[in-house]
Design a protein. Structure first.
Length: 228
């Protein structure tokens, strides 16, 4: 019987269909977040080191000891093209456990991005490489490789739970995680929202006031606001 508390590296991950992930990739995180009921946002503390990048990929999850990147290396060994490696630490960490060498390894096998609730370093090199990263900190302080952890287990990343194979959407606005079994529905709802926004934009460009067609004037009157 498998020990439920043991550290482990799970090699096989069930992923959402590539067509669904590719469909979500160009849609902004703000749209996806709203479309799925304002869920999945990992929090404003996880920010990109680059600008102008928008992507989606399958989550390869890492539970790591603070200041240690042993399990990030383990994650690379089981990752596949199109994956996003996402590292959560068991306690707060400001160590830069990821830099250009790990990025080179990930880029070579087709990993599309790296996320951490700790820090990244070598940021100038990472930007020059064009390898996207989202992190809580930037720090030149490196990490050791000495402590066990796990790969492809459920983790808490910021303000949400991430399971292996969930779809990670990331851009300049932050990171939103879509549960793997909701990915197709999330794409459908996001596309509907884009259609609605397009229609609304046309009305605004035609000089209609959102204050009126959103029903906000009536709401303001209900709240006791006087118009003179």
């Amino acid at each position: 019987m498998q020990n439920p508390s043991a550290h482990r590296v799970v090699s096989e991950v069930e992923r959402a269909p590539a067509s669904i992930i590719q469909g979500l990739a160009p849609i902004g995180t703000a749209t996806v977040h709203e479309a799925i009921g304002r869920r999945g946002f990992v929090g404003p503390h996880i920010t990109p080191i680059q600008t102008g990048t928008r992507l989606a990929g399958s989550a390869i999850t890492v539970s790591s000891h603070p200041g240690d990147n042993l399990m990030t290396h383990a994650a690379v060994s089981v990752a596949q093209p199109g994956d996003v490696i996402i590292v959560s630490h068991t306690a707060p960490s400001t160590h830069g456990g990821f830099g250009d060498l790990l990025a080179t390894s990930m880029q070579a096998i087709g990993v599309v991005a790296f996320l951490t609730d700790a820090a990244v370093r070598d940021t100038s090199d990472l930007r020059e490489m064009g390898f996207p990263c989202w992190s809580q900190y930037i720090s030149c302080q490196g990490a050791v490789k000495a402590t066990p952890g796990s790969v492809n287990v459920p983790i808490r990343f910021g303000e949400t739970i991430v399971n292996p194979g969930d779809v990670v959407c990331a851009d300049d606005d932050g990171v939103v995680v879509v549960a793997r079994d909701e990915a197709e529905w999330a794409l459908e709802m996001s596309n509907k929202r884009l259609e609605n926004e397009s229609a609304t934009r046309a009305r605004l460009e035609a000089k209609e006031h959102g204050f009126d067609f959103y029903g906000l004037r009536d709401k303001a009157i209900e709240l006791g606001i006087e118009f003179t």
